[in-house]
Ligand binder design. Structure first.
Ligand code: F6R
Length: 245
C-alpha cells in the first residue's frame, strides 16, 4: 500500500520553507540528531532556509551528525568543486555551526579506494542509531540517491554506474559530457528505507513522469527506484503544482 503523504506547493520558495521547517522541528526535538542529506539543485532552497534559521537562532547544528547520500567517483582535478563534499560545504556546512568532523560521505574525494567495503557506511549509520530524517531529490529516471533503474530494494551503500540519462542531466555542471563522472558511491535503497523519516523534494518539470509513477505505485517497481518509498512508513513528498499539472 502507498502510505506516502503528498504535499502540493505553490512554488519553490514555499516548498523549501516547509521542508526546512520539518528539519528544524526534528533537530530541535532530538538531543543528537542524525541527518541524511542530498545534493543537487533541488535542496538548495531548503539549505538556504536552514542557514537563515540558524542565523536567527531558531536552530543549531552543533549536536548534529550528517551522512550524505552519495559522492562521485573519478572526478577530474579541475572539477573538484563539483564534488558533493564541496557542494555541502558551500551550500550549508560553512554557514552553520555543524562540526565538520561529524559530517560523513560514502567516499572521500581525496582517497577513493575502490577496494573499500562501502557497506561500512551502513554500519557507521547504524552505529549512530540510524538517520532521524533524510532529504532526497529525484532523478528524471526516478533514481533516489544514485540508485538507478534496476537497483534492488535490498541494496546497501555501493559503487554504481550512472546511467546515460543521469550523466546527461548532470552534464549541465561540466564543460563537456565526457567530463561527467560515470560512477558514484550511493546509499542503497535498503539504506534509505531504514531512515526514520524521509522527505522527498521534487523540483523541475522533467520529474513529472517519476512523480506520477510514485503517486500511482502500490508496490516497488525496480524500473522506477523511487517506488521503494511505498515500503516506508513515514515519507512525505513535496512538489510544485504548476510543474506537474
Ligand atoms: C544527489 C542525489 C540525486 C539528486 C537527483 C536530482 O545527492 O542523490 O538523486 O537528488 O539527481 O538532482 P537535481 O536536484 O539536481 O535535479
Amino acid at each position: 500500500m502507498n502510505k506516502i503523504k503528498f504535499f502540493e506547493c505553490d512554488d519553490y520558495e514555499q516548498l523549501s520553507g516547509l521542508v526546512a521547517n520539518k528539519f528544524i522541528d526534528k533537530i530541535n526535538s532530538i538531543k543528537k540528531p542524525v541527518l541524511g542529506l542530498a545534493t543537487g539543485s533541488s535542496p538548495i532552497g531548503v539549505y538556504q532556509h536552514l542557514i537563515k534559521a540558524y542565523q536567527n537562532k531558531k536552530v543549531s547544528f552543533a549536536n548534529c551528525t550528517s551522512f550524505n547520500l552519495d559522492e562521485y567517483i573519478g572526478l577530474k582535478k579541475e572539477y573538484l568543486d563539483q564534488s558533493y563534499q564541496y557542494f555541502m560545504n558551500q551550500n550549508l556546512f560553512s554557514h552553520v555551526d555543524i562540526d565538520i568532523k561529524n559530517t560523513f560521505f560514502p567516499v572521500d574525494q581525496d582517497n577513493q579506494d575502490l577496494t573499500y567495503d562501502f557497506e561500512n557506511y551502513d554500519k557507521k549509520i547504524d552505529s549512530y542509531n540510524g538517520l532521524d530524517i533524510l532529504i532526497l531529490g529525484i532523478g528524471n529516471n526516478g533514481h533516489i540517491g544514485f540508485n538507478e533503474p534496476g537497483s534492488s530494494i535490498d541494496s546497501k551503500t555501493r559503487l554504481i554506474n550512472l546511467t546515460e540519462s543521469t550523466v546527461e542531466a548532470n552534464s549541465r555542471f561540466f564543460k563537456s559530457k565526457d567530463d561527467v563522472p560515470k560512477k558514484s558511491v550511493t546509499m542503497g535503497l535498503a539504506t534509505i528505507l531504514k531512515a526514520k523519516e524521509i522527505v522527498l523534494v521534487v523540483v523541475g518539470k522533467s520529474k513529472k513522469e517519476a512523480l506520477l509513477k510514485l503517486k500511482s505505485a502500490k508496490v516497488f517497481d525496480s524500473n522506477w527506484p523511487c517506488t521503494a518509498l511505498v515500503e516506508h512508513n513515514n515519507t512525505s513528498v513535496y512538489f510544485i503544482k504548476s510543474e506537474i499539472n
